[in-house]
Design a protein around this ligand. Sequence first.
Ligand SMILES: Cc1cc2nc3c(=O)[nH]c(=O)nc-3n(C[C@H](O)[C@H](O)[C@H](O)COP(=O)(O)OP(=O)(O)OC[C@H]3O[C@@H](n4cnc5c(N)ncnc54)[C@H](O)[C@@H]3O)c2cc1C
Length: 420
Amino acid sequence: MQVSSGNQIDFDVVIVGGGMVGSMVAALLAQHTDLSIAVLEVKRPDAFERGSSPDYDIRVSALSIATQNMFKKVGAWQGVLDRRACLYRQMLVWDGEESGKTHFKADDIGASELGHIVENRVVQLALLDVLDASENIDYRSGVRLRKCVQGTDAVTLVTASHSAAADDTSSELTIRTRLLIGADGARSSVREFANIAMHTDSYEHHALVATVTTAAEQQDITWQRFMPTGPQALLPLSGSRASMVWYHNAEEISRLSALDDASFLQEMMATFPEKLGELTSVLQRGSFPIVKAHADTYIANRIALVGDAAHTVHPLAGQGLNLGMLDAASLAELVADAHAAGNDIGTRRLLRRYERWRRGDNALMITALDGFYHAFKPQPQPFRKLRSTALSIADNAGPVKQIIMKYAMGTSGDLPRYAK
Ligand SMILES: Cc1cc2nc3c(=O)[nH]c(=O)nc-3n(C[C@H](O)[C@H](O)[C@H](O)COP(=O)(O)OP(=O)(O)OC[C@H]3O[C@@H](n4cnc5c(N)ncnc54)[C@H](O)[C@@H]3O)c2cc1C
């Protein structure tokens, strides 16, 4: 129950970071409990009314089936479809130096789809529809975390207006909570306040992401070609649009970023696979460094980290957000069960169960993506042949292919019930 006195408010749960993962934790908890929940976010995303067609967000994500299941469970999936999403049924991965390839098709495992490509803003807004309609959620944007003190029975936070100067205390608010969830992204301040170390390693790759229009209508396929300089990928968007991802070293990405649109399109058509066809315009471009990071622990006294606050992975397999969503569903399930049983929702025991559930799986994915990254770096011929043969074996061996596909769709392993 939310209780307030003066400039102090008590909530059962406080989530710092109302991005995609933080909003999902809030939506799941609101649906399955009567806990009072505060979501503190620096910036609310700009509105995108259903049925309208504003500019495309440069940041897009491939949502797995498990993530889609969560959206359906909290009633946010229609909000995604009503705005903009592109279904895909196939995934083609091939070795640009050798002949090996793997072609995943939803049909192969009797599924109707492999997932959807959705703009990050759409993901966030569809969840915000749910948060805004939930009576037990207090969503506050324009606020920033200033202080965080851990006690035995509660965590006490001090927040202030995002725009306030560091020495301006006029907008400060004290909030006490039994459980603080850090969903505030890769540079998490909750993680910092909790003194949790993060092991970080930068890849040589940077990613240049471009939203383009194509002469051909997009089909229901995502593809990725592995080159020694880094992967090149296409994610289809609605209509004749696509999100292209070009991984390369930092110097090349900054050279490409500096080109004018016409020269950039020309270079892209000359470098990307022919099947891309003609590119007619570039709508947006942006570049990101690629970092691998894993927090030493996901928990501290009455604190849990979820999503990028706990881990970031190489985006080549489009798994970062999906892993964060599984964190969200696992933590929400444990908290909802503890609350239903009349137990404290912030005990060390509960939080350790959460960490045991998620940290090993996330570590495995970080290692697997690392393996992919290294396998496709420049390699001597015998290794290249081996790598290419492995892709072809994965393409032809039915059971192996099915296991990989189910893993990519997020439908294998120890799934939280909200993701099923
Ligand atoms: C190029 C690229 C492509 C990618 N493609 C995919 C893909 O296809 N599929 C996929 O699954 N993943 C993909 N990812 C990864 C994915 O984008 C991230 O894993 C995901 O955004 C993490 O979500 P999050 O909610 O944990 O963190 P964030 O998205 O970083 O959200 C954190 C939120 O917290 C807020 N915040 C931060 N600090 C504070 C504070 N002090 N107080 C209050 N609020 C705060 C921020 O404003 C933000 O809203 C990609 C990443 C990159 C770089």
